[in-house]
Design a protein around this ligand. Structure first.
Ligand code: SF4
Ligand code: SF4
Length: 109
């Protein structure tokens, strides 16, 4: 009888999972989705690189490049709080999966 009750309750219940990717959950406001870099005010000081625990950021002062390896990033936000020019922010938008598109962000020279 217990088994029958379980089967009937499972049949009448909504599925506990979503039909991803057709039904995507709206992220929480404080969700750490992805890093956003705004090169406009960047002085390429390298503080974000020094503060990053897993060495996900590489900055070159001479060539004025800023790169993020998103596969290393642990979303600790040390770079966000450490940047003196407020060039780095965190968005609650999920990073899209895909090795090419999101492996690096390079600022124009
Ligand atoms: S800490 Fe800020 S200003 Fe300095 S290199 Fe990083 S992003 Fe640019
Ligand atoms: S959030 Fe943390 S791990 Fe990610 S790039 Fe910034 S300092 Fe590095």
């Amino acid at each position: 009888m217990g088994m029958l009750n379980l089967v009937l309750s499972n049949v009448s219940r909504k599925p506990p999972t979503r039909l991803y990717p057709f039904d995507i959950r709206v992220p929480y406001e404080s969700f750490r989705g992805r890093i956003i870099f705004n090169p406009e005010n960047c002085i390429y000081c390298g503080i974000c690189q020094k503060k990053c625990p897993p060495d996900a950021i590489t900055v070159t002062k001479d060539e004025k490049t800023w790169e993020l390896n998103v596969f290393r990033c642990i979303m600790c936000t040390e770079c966000v709080s450490g940047c003196p020019k407020e060039c780095i922010a965190i968005s609650n938008e999920r990073a899209k999966t895909g090795p090419k598109e999101y492996i690096k962000m390079v600022a124009p020279k």
